[in-house]
Design a protein around this ligand. Structure first.
Ligand code: DGL
Length: 277
């Protein structure tokens, strides 16, 4: 019983290749206001999205060792690329529950559009891994997936280019093939894309002849993570102070500056620590 109580008080670990996972952390904090979180952003090696599967798996192993070494009760892999290629390995090699960001939005999309055609935008590695195709089939075997890589959205989101001519042009370019394939819903399969929702919505409205709902993986992950903690009896007991800590492998100053756009203004620079994995 004593051990159980201790486990419940441990923070939730969140891992991402860099800054983007803060969109997931933002939703997790809203869904789980009582929990403490430790976030690891591998800012020295971001982006993961164009790297080989072997390399992403290797980086994910190092990140998970780091976070488990600091004491966490559950790991949320906020990065779609890592969730796409390394989740099984993490679950086998680490003695801790590991939640990914691919199944929750796939389930949400299939619930919204049963037997529909699900469009997915993600990094090159996420798309080429076929992880969303498998997740959608698991959720509803009648659904089909059409996916496209959308790598330019990552630098656009980090540069804060969220509206205007350039992001609209890029969005239309990436969306056109999915609209041609008549997708019924669009899953944002990358941490950065929620920042571009307004531009994606207006581009979709101008290209598509029907309503195409956008499913942001961060929101569906947060509600499934919250249900998971309740089911496992792992929710943090009431009382006490919930804590928020960040570890980054490079550039803590730019993580704090850009990260505020992703997480919100309460990203405290004193809570950000530079580490080596
Ligand atoms: N975090 C990555 C993802 O969600 C995007 C950035 C990267 O390529 O590392 O796939």
């Amino acid at each position: 019983m004593g051990d159980e109580r201790d486990t419940r008080s441990l923070p939730v670990g969140v891992f991402d290749s860099g800054i983007g996972g803060l969109t997931v952390l933002r939703q997790l904090r809203q869904a789980l206001p009582r929990e403490s979180f430790v976030y690891l952003g591998d800012t020295a090696r971001v982006p993961y999205g164009n790297r080989s599967e072997h390399t992403v798996v290797r980086y994910a192993r190092m990140a998970c060792s780091f976070l488990t070494g600091r004491g966490i009760k559950v790991l949320v892999v906020a990065c779609n690329t890592v969730s796409a290629v390394a989740l099984d390995m993490l679950r086998v090699e680490f003695d801790i529950p590991v939640l990914g960001v691919i199944d929750p939005p796939a389930r949400a999309a299939c619930r919204l559009r049963p037997a529909g055609r699900i469009g997915v935008l993600g990094t090159r590695r996420t798309v080429s891994s076929g992880a969303y195709d498998r997740a959608v089939k698991r959720a509803d075997s009648r659904c089909e997936v059409s996916s496209s890589p959308a790598p330019l959205f990552v630098p656009l989101a980090e540069e804060g280019w969220l509206e205007g001519e350039v992001p609209s042009l890029v969005a239309r370019q990436y969306l056109a093939p999915l609209v041609e394939r008549s997708v019924d819903a669009l899953v944002l399969g990358c941490t950065h894309y929620p920042l571009l929702i307004p531009v994606l919505e207006s581009s979709l409205a101008s290209l598509a002849t029907k309503e195409v709902p956008i499913i942001d993986s961060a929101g569906s992950v947060a509600s499934e993570a919250s249900a998971f903690l309740v089911q496992r009896g792992l929710g943090r007991p009431a009382g006490g102070h919930s804590d928020l800590r960040f570890y980054v492998t490079d550039n803590p100053e730019s993580f704090t500056r850009v990260g505020r756009r992703f997480l919100g203004d309460d990203l405290d620079p004193r809570a950000v620590e530079l580490v080596d994995l």
